[in-house]
Design a binder for this molecule. Structure first.
Ligand SMILES: [Fe+2]
Length: 276
């Protein structure tokens, strides 16, 4: 079984973008099950139906989610962050400091669950969140998020530059072939992308696990402080956390694949993303 797991991982290959661990593991699981539990593939694939974004979902813009007065305590939290709290691992590739799951924002995210559920058209529960403090080297390459971030509410806190985020039309989850031949420019050419500009206090809801998205390099030196609140369908925690899959699907053979995956990607603990 261990060998089959290694072979399946090799067939799918490396994660082509920073948030692709879930998809790579999902695709490897299908390859692996074809060898060790072919009887289980159909129910395994069908089990993920709740995590596929409904076809009629549309990006939702929320004007004045927060007033200037309501933004002030949020900005105070940001100003009061110590340098120790600022994560630096995305400075090189994204030009940003990040802070994951700050208690103030965990609470704020929870408060917004009902609103975001209404906007998304289905009942949701919060995943994780992070604060993104883009500096003048800000950029965000084309990618898709993991289903723990199936829906993202992106809120602009403060900025001195208008900086569009581009969303593709809704698409299926990228399959093995797309993962293996990931070509950012080809995807940008082949799909229709729409730019959206956020202003302080405004927010936008998108489906990051079914919409490619990116930001070009900042148009001029500036800064842009954003919150990203991630949500997934209520009751789907076992699906978004893949360590639960062997039990959830009653396929104990998947444990061997999880072991191999963890050895290959030690940072992808439980496939919870460190980015989004
Ligand atoms: Fe993302």
């Amino acid at each position: 079984m261990h060998l089959a797991a290694v072979m399946a991982m090799r067939e799918v290959g490396k994660t082509p973008w920073y948030d692709a661990h879930f998809l790579c593991f999902y695709e490897a699981a299908k390859v692996y099950l074809a060898k060790v539990r072919p009887d289980a593939i159909d129910s395994f694939v069908e089990g993920f139906a709740p995590l596929h974004t409904p076809r009629d979902f549309q990006v939702r813009e929320v004007e004045a989610l927060f007033s200037e007065a309501e933004l002030e305590p949020i900005r105070t939290v940001v100003r009061d962050l110590s340098s120790r709290e600022l994560e630096r691992h995305e400075l090189e590739h994204f030009g940003r400091h990040v802070v994951h799951d700050h208690p103030y924002f965990v609470d704020l995210q929870l408060q917004l669950t009902a609103l975001v559920s209404e906007l998304a058209g289905q009942e949701l529960e919060p995943g994780y969140n992070f604060l993104s403090l883009y500096g003048n080297m800000g950029r965000c390459g084309l990618h898709m998020d993991q289903p723990v971030s199936m829906y993202t509410l992106d809120i602009c806190i403060e900025q001195d530059v208008e900086w569009p985020i581009w969303f593709s039309e809704l698409v299926d989850w990228p399959d093995r072939e797309i993962l293996a031949n990931f070509d950012e420019e080809a995807i940008k050419r082949q799909l229709r992308f729409t730019p959206y500009v956020l202003k302080p206090g405004n927010a936008i809801l998108f489906s990051g696990s079914s919409q490619w998205h990116y930001r070009d390099a900042m148009p001029r030196p500036g800064f842009c402080h954003l919150l990203f609140f991630h949500y997934f369908p209520k009751g789907c925690l076992d699906l978004v956390e893949s360590s639960n899959w062997p039990r959830l699907f009653d396929i104990p053979e998947l444990e061997a694949l999880i072991d191999v995956f963890r050895q290959t990607y030690p940072d992808a603990v439980d496939f919870k993303p460190s980015f989004a």
